[in-house]
Design a protein around this ligand. Structure first.
Ligand SMILES: *Cc1c(COP(=O)(O)O)cnc(C)c1O
Length: 242
């Protein structure tokens, strides 16, 4: 199936999920997750009207598009944005801050400080999401919301002037069934409500949750951004490294 057909089917499912949840379609932003796909696929998606792209590796995006501004220019669309959604090590933070329009996977104070430093040098404001780990899976990246690290990060973020906190991101654990997945998304929303009260200087309006296999559940639980890869671009041809 073509990208245009995939997008049409996806759009219908998003609209159905919004309707079922009593939400307006405009409340849910679609991020096209283009990792592993060539630059031509991104351009084709942009030509179909998609403007927000998610990539999970700094180097891969750098190789295929140079950086987000170059991609935006090549598509001749000022609205286009490319964000990093994959795990970021602090030693690659400088490059990531340069290459992307936003970092949706901030999960430590050390990383936030590095991103802030580079953004300051580049004289650029960098929108960020905090990636939250809500499952006990050992391998999952993300910040434990009940940890001392989380408190430290939240207290320091208002001083990191180049970073614009926009909200939270999570990946649901695998193999927990629909109820477990939904509980995870609900937990992210509850956490957001709690942190929005406790840290009024920070903006938590974005809830990035839900992928190809589970976005209707995420929409039901209040997602404002869903991250869809395979349902748009087709199956990835090789496994992705974090
Ligand atoms: C790959 C990826 C997605 C998209 O996954 P699909 O199942 O292909 O839709 C979403 N979020 C993150 C963080 C990813 O790494």
């Amino acid at each position: 199936m073509s990208l245009a057909e995939n997008l049409e089917h996806l759009e219908e499912k998003i609209q159905n999920a919004c309707r079922a949840a009593g939400r307006a379609r405009a409340e849910v932003e679609l991020m096209a997750v283009s990792k592993t796909h060539p630059i031509e696929a991104l351009r084709e998606a942009a030509a179909l009207g998609l403007t927000l792209f998610g990539e999970n590796r700094v180097q891969e995006f750098n190789e295929k598009a140079l950086h987000a501004a170059a991609f935006r220019e090549s598509c001749k669309n000022e609205a286009i944005r490319a964000h990093l959604i994959g795990h970021l090590q602090s030693n690659k933070a400088a490059r990531a801050a340069e290459v992307f329009d936003g970092i949706d996977s901030v999960d430590s104070l050390k990383l936030a400080v590095r991103l802030n430093e580079t953004a300051a040098k580049l004289e650029k404001k960098l929108p960020v999401l905090l990636e939250i780990k809500l499952s006990t899976e050992e391998t999952k990246a993300g910040l434990d919301p009940h940890s001392a690290d989380a408190v430290q990060l939240l207290e320091r973020l208002p001083d990191l002037a180049q970073l614009e906190v926009r909200g939270l991101m999570t990946i649901a654990p695998l193999g927990v069934g629909d109820d477990g997945t939904r509980a995870c998304f609900r937990a992210l929303r509850t956490l957001r409500d709690r942190w929005a009260q406790a840290y009024p200087k920070l903006d938590f309006s974005v809830l990035s949750m839900g992928m190809s296999g589970d976005f209707p559940l995420a929409i039901a639980e209040g997602a404002t951004r869903i991250r869809v890869g395979s349902a748009l671009f087709g199956a990835r041809s090789y496994p992705v490294q974090a």
